[in-house]
Design a binder for this molecule. Sequence first.
Ligand code: SAJ
Length: 419
Amino acid sequence: MDKICVIGLGYIGLPTASMFATNGYRVLGVDINETVVRTINKGNIHIEEPGLKTIVQAAINSGKLKASLKPEEADVFIIATPTPFKENKKPDLSCVEAATHAITPLLQKGNLIIHESTSPPGTTTGLITGILKEKGFDLENDLYLAHCPERVLPGKVLKELIENDRIVGGINRASAEKAAKLYRSFVTGEIYFTDATTAEMAKLAENIYRDVNIALVNELALICSKIGINVWEVVELANKHPRVHLHNPGPGVGGHCISVDPWFIISAFPGQAKLTKLARKTNDNMPAHILLKVKDLLKKISVPKIAVLGVTYKGNIDDTRESPAVEIIDSLNDHFSLSIYDPHVKHFKYELSGFEETFSDADLILVLTAHNEFRYIDPDGVGKLMRNKAIFDTRNCMSRDKWENAGFKTFLLGCGGYN
Ligand code: SAJ
């Protein structure tokens, strides 16, 4: 079992392919994007993820990893393609479907197929198994098939790939064991066995839990703001209880996982998934709340300009998919003059400004993403460039004392101080 073909070289596929390649396997990474394939074959990367470039370079230089537009025969096929949702919020499984079709002509008796993409329960035993059966494969005797959901956190992918516990959901015990043996080549966490559909549901439950938890604190933020107390302090104190783990409020929930995956359940089980849906709506309402607050803060200023800090869906990454910052900027753009700064992003739908230009003549700094760099901004320095000295932090990542000492009016999400 020494050659692995990984379909999809994105945020999950590329780190996974590199990890196997640096742990003794020959790996062919496959992607439909020519630029991605060319970039990787040169030992470069097309996404930002700490440590990823080093491991990709090592894998390419050793000759163990190659990228290609086409899959080849292998012992193991790993499907790590995106599973976004459609306009109607139903899951779009077309990439998983296409990947399964692409590998079927290459499959040989004894091959292992691992489906890693987050999917609605039943995708492995329904969609994937269906395609394989249609092509004449006998799933009990010809192939091994398992769903092993990825669970890594963007920004910490390499560490979590190694250290996180893994769920291995086989279509039978033999498939689960074969998949587990493969992951044990680099996973130091526990590996738990189950069936494929339970594994799919467990992965969705993890992200739904996080979405519901964040919705709860976002709701508390609105309430604390009305009372005039600090929600961040409330969360910190409540979390001193040994069985409480409230997450953090923020301007909304973005990314391609938590803001998407709950819809896989809501769209299939609208009658049951009521809490899940309410959480989605609560989090989706946060950008509108931020817009209202910004309007209120700037209501007395003529032709106000806002310096927006951060456009990615969370700090220290370059990913803007489903970012609440995008929605906030879209709506701010209808009312205000904006300059936007994000040191992690190269291409964005609006023009990005240089550092000093961002603050020049601005009336308010609006912090939408907690990039580490922002913590080190010198308030005295940027204050001199601004027309009015005010900052609204939606992430609680700026030191209020530091900015107040520099003469700034400071506003924090979920703290009152505005109407
Ligand atoms: N967020 C908050 N408050 C918090 C935590 C996050 O508002 O306390 C926001 C973030 O700013 C961001 C969004 O939620 O906009 C999602 O960020 P995240 O860090 O919670 O999660 P993702 O989407 O980057 O990664 C999640 C992870 N899932 C869980 O932690 C349960 C990761 O482990 C999964 O592998 C990943 O989804 C995935 O691929 O499904």
